[in-house]
Design a protein around this ligand. Structure first.
Ligand code: ZN
Length: 242
């Protein structure tokens, strides 16, 4: 079974379409939340995911877009973009977002947005934080997003190994005895200094995961954001991937 794992699409339809083209025919599309927020095309992204049969979990931005109090914790740019998003999305989009679960388990894989320990808000940014989540997992494989940075956290027993994958890097998931947390990076707003869209290809039969990076028309998205009156700092950061 070949699965395209996508996270933090953030209403960036041009990036999503580039990733879907790159992925080609897959058996499933799993998303890890933050489908909307920041970007200019929330309805378009939700419609595309729904049409593709994508399944996934909710993120802090999805909760906020569906009317949740999460917006109170947003920084000023994120809050301005979220207010724009709330005023813009259709009822269909709002109810699709509102129906996303916090956690999703399929076979041997758990999907969350933030961390298995705290699915909405926690950022896994260190081996210690990864350890706390790996210890809560009842499946060998966990998938998470939220940091917008591609990563692998591998449970080696006495320590957690942090692996920062490059484009094309493959991780072998072993025999299922070592628990692993994988972050596909962000489709719509990468923050590791590479502005290209990031996604993870899982081959569950071979037991491997491969990270991919895809160039897309960043300028087109930036103009749509300017036209929408979204915060300029959010427009600028797409070009730099930060
Ligand atoms: Zn995000």
């Amino acid at each position: 079974m070949r699965v395209a794992v996508l996270s933090d699409i953030h209403a960036n339809l041009v990036a999503l379409d580039a990733v879907l083209r790159d992925a080609g025919t897959v058996d499933a599309i799993w998303h890890l939340g933050d489908v909307v927020g920041y970007g200019p095309d929330p309805d378009g992204v939700v419609a595309r995911l729904a049409a593709a049969g994508a399944v996934g979990v909710t993120g802090n931005h999805d909760r906020a877009a569906a009317g949740g109090r999460e917006i109170d914790w947003f920084n000023p740019d994120a809050k301005a973009a979220m207010q724009w998003t709330r005023g813009r999305i259709s009822e269909t989009t709002a109810s699709w977002l509102g129906a996303l679960p916090e956690r999703r388990t399929e076979g041997e894989t758990l999907s969350v947005h933030g961390s298995p320990r705290d699915p909405i808000w926690e950022y896994i940014t260190s081996a210690a934080i990864a350890r706390a989540s790996l210890d809560t997992m009842t499946t060998p494989l966990g998938l998470h997003g939220h940091t917008h940075i591609p990563m692998a956290w591998v449970d080696r027993g006495e320590r957690v190994e942090a692996v920062a994958p490059r484009a094309g890097s493959t991780i072998h998931l072993g025999d299922g005895k070592e628990r692993v947390l994988l972050n596909p990076g962000s489709v719509g707003q990468p923050r590791d200094g590479d502005p290209r869209a990031s996604w993870l290809e899982l081959d569950l039969d071979a037991g491997s995961g491969t990270w991919h990076r895809v160039a897309y028309d960043i300028g087109a998205v930036q103009s749509a954001m300017r036209d929408a009156g979204l915060p300029i700092r959010l427009v600028e950061r797409l070009r730099h991937g930060i």
